[in-house]
Design a protein around this ligand. Structure first.
Ligand SMILES: CCCCCCCCCCCCC/C=C/[C@@H](O)[C@H](COP(=O)(O)O)NC(=O)CCCCC
Ligand SMILES: Nc1ncnc2c1ncn2[C@@H]1O[C@H](COP(=O)(O)OP(=O)(O)O)[C@@H](O)[C@H]1O
Ligand SMILES: [Ca+2]
Length: 577
């Protein structure tokens, strides 16, 4: 194959002579001095060539072409350091070659285009884009139109753009409208917006496959459409944990070249109904209280979480609960093994075969547990713990974000079919502060006597006997809408699984009464229950069952590129090299 695409010529870039070489997988150009000695080489994998155009092409301030008949322009991915603990920024590189003849120019452009088609991953041609105009600092529209749309245009991607008019607009569109012809769905917004896309696509896929999402024992069908995230939200955890930086241009380039990163998803059920899906954080106690408090202060934008975090910390709360979990195979990986899930992660790659065995390998990986929730399965035994917790968190991935560059569970994997359960037992306020503070550095937040972390396949949480009613009395119980919601799920199945709520909606306020955050400081009686924070949405139930579904969706991403060890970073298309 390599030789089919081999093309080597002497070309000019300005007044410098270059030897350009295209093999099957790489395009490289080497500056040659007057004595014919090689100087600097830049090598770009064909999969990272964004596009090829005849003539001298500029894209800023807008696309323009000077149609010289011996020139061609190549656009490609160029890396530079993000300067932080995390991944690499991607930028659009551009190089204009002059050929000795038009024939040679045409040969180069044709060969490059053929190589792109053959050796590039499946690139999107048509995308459905949802922009949340109110996410984060409310710059979603501006970010998309000024930074992303010109790149999509350059790459020949056509996009259908919908600016959302209400919460769940994107989710409902994906559940009901014709999606024929789209290769992927892009959300411009934060984790809440991503969650809408996730629910819409998972729901749609199960609907079409005739599967019931309510039953945790059902092996769900992976979604055929990829999801792209252009970060424009408050936490942007899913983007940060899968790309390594919060940068719209980097994310747009991952989308354009059709990168593909599978992602585990956790389904959350209450009695016999699906409540929601989660990828980043299913958190009870501290994180639930922070979300409930932050919703009252949405006007603060992303700062609301800092404010709410401080207030909730000061409220010094802990909650009683029973946590049961089904451990994952400890021989495969551990949340304390100090590894990181990086681009090309071997733990995740090995998981693919395990998660999707040959069709003849009888069906569901987990069905034996979930059909009976019994202890006698060969997959392992449920473990049960009871006590008072500062927080109980489950995450399918590291959940790193700018606030916590290594995340809630730094060694968690994006696509290994497991989640990490973090139990923080009740402790004195300074101990809990230490735990929180360690999230902001490289110190091990699990190396504390009141913290446990377990790699799991499923988790159940319930309030201790007699506590649930008490808790619901305090929260006012389920309101009418939530009662209707539960009834509808039980009757109608998958399509009604979500509670309808938008930013600042009343329901959130009612749930907030479940977390009178300052009671620890000023009231005599503390509430018996917190609420669940499910990727930034408050759940209307306390007793839940959750299960990890391995690699249920795919993102236009490739995991975090570690600049220090990356192969292509030693090449000169990396600005740090
Ligand atoms: C003393 C310093 C304390 C710092 C604590 C840092 C801990 C940060 C861990 C953050 C994990 C974030 C997991 C992601 C959650 C998002 O899904 C959710 C919704 O995001 P968005 O839609 O963008 O609004 N964000 C949160 O729940 C915010 C949690 C903030 C906790 C302080
Ligand atoms: N047009 C809209 N009006 C109101 N709410 C919206 C709209 N579009 C999306 N939403 C909701 O806004 C919530 C937060 O959006 P997100 O983009 O995640 O921003 P942030 O990260 O700031 O929370 C999401 O849960 C989503 O359902
Ligand atoms: Ca995982």
């Amino acid at each position: 194959m390599e030789t089919d695409f081999r093309l080597e010529s002497s070309l000019w870039v300005g007044n410098k002579r270059y030897r350009a070489l295209l093999t099957g997988w790489h395009f490289q150009w080497t500056e040659v001095d007057k004595k014919n000695r090689d100087k600097k080489t830049i090598s770009v994998p064909v999969s990272e060539v964004v596009g090829v155009d005849e003539g001298q092409v500029e894209i800023l301030p807008q696309k323009s072409t000077e149609d010289t008949d011996k020139d061609f322009t190549v656009f490609y991915v160029k890396r530079s350091s993000s300067g932080g603990l995390h991944g690499l920024l991607w930028r659009l590189g551009r190089i204009q070659f002059s050929c000795p003849s038009r024939v040679l120019r045409d040969q180069w452009t044709q060969h490059l285009r053929t190589a792109l088609k053959t050796h590039s991953p499946v690139r999107p041609h048509r995308l459905l884009v949802f922009i949340n105009p109110f996410g984060g600092k409310k710059k979603g529209r501006q970010i998309y139109h000024s930074l992303v749309a010109p790149l999509f245009e350059l790459a020949g991607i056509s996009s259908h753009v919908i600016v959302t008019e209400r919460a769940n607009h994107a989710r409902d569109h994906l559940l009901k409208k014709d999606l024929t012809g789209f290769d992927g769905v892009v959300c411009v917004g934060g984790d809440g917006m991503f969650s809408e896309i996730l629910h819409g696509l998972i729901g749609r896929t199960q609907q079409e496959a005739g599967l019931c999402e309510n039953d945790p024992s059902v092996t769900l069908q992976p979604c055929p459409l990829h999801i792209g995230i252009i970060p424009a939200g408050s936490t942007d955890c899913v983007c940060y944990a899968t790309v390594g930086v919060i940068d719209p241009v980097t994310s747009a380039l991952h989308i354009i070249i059709g990168d593909s990163q599978p992602l585990d998803v956790c389904s959350v059920h209450h009695t016999a109904a699906l409540v929601r899906y989660s990828v980043s954080l299913l958190g009870y106690g501290f994180y639930g209280d922070v979300l409930a408090e932050s919703e009252k202060h949405r006007w603060m934008g992303p700062l609301r979480y800092d404010y709410a975090g401080t207030m909730v910390y000061l409220s010094n709360r802990s909650y009683a609960g029973i946590v049961q979990y089904l451990p994952a195979d400890p021989l495969l990986s551990s949340p304390r093994d100090k590894t990181r899930c990086l681009s090309g992660c071997s733990v995740c790659s090995k998981s693919t075969g395990r998660l999707f065995p040959h069709p003849s390998d009888s069906g569901s990986l987990y069905s034996s547990h979930f059909s009976q929730f019994s202890n006698d399965s060969e997959e392992g035994e449920w473990v049960s713990v009871e006590g008072r917790f500062r927080c109980v968190s489950l995450t399918c991935m590291s959940s790193s974000c700018p606030k916590s560059p290594l995340g809630l569970s730094p060694s968690a994997h994006l696509a290994d079919g497991t989640g990490d359960l973090i139990l923080v037992w009740d402790t004195h306020p300074l101990g809990f502060l230490k735990f929180l503070y360690r999230h902001t550095s490289t110190q091990d937040q699990f190396d504390l006597p009141f913290v446990e972390v377990h790699r799991v396949k499923a988790v159940r949480f319930s309030l201790p006997a007699g506590k649930e009613e008490e808790a619901f009395e305090e929260t006012g119980g389920l309101d009418e809408e939530e009662r209707r919601h539960v009834e509808t799920i039980s009757r109608n199945g998958s399509q009604q699984q979500l509670t309808e709520r938008s930013m600042g909606q009343e329901i959130a306020n009612e749930q907030k009464s479940a977390t009178p955050f300052l009671c620890g400081l000023c009231c005599s009686k503390a509430p018996a229950a917190s609420v669940w924070n499910c990727d930034g949405e408050i759940l209307p139930f306390t007793n839940i069952i959750s299960r990890i579904h391995g690699q249920l969706v795919r993102l236009y991403a490739r995991g975090i590129e570690d600049g220090a060890t990356m192969h292509s970073c030693s090449e000169e298309n990396c600005e740090r090299a």
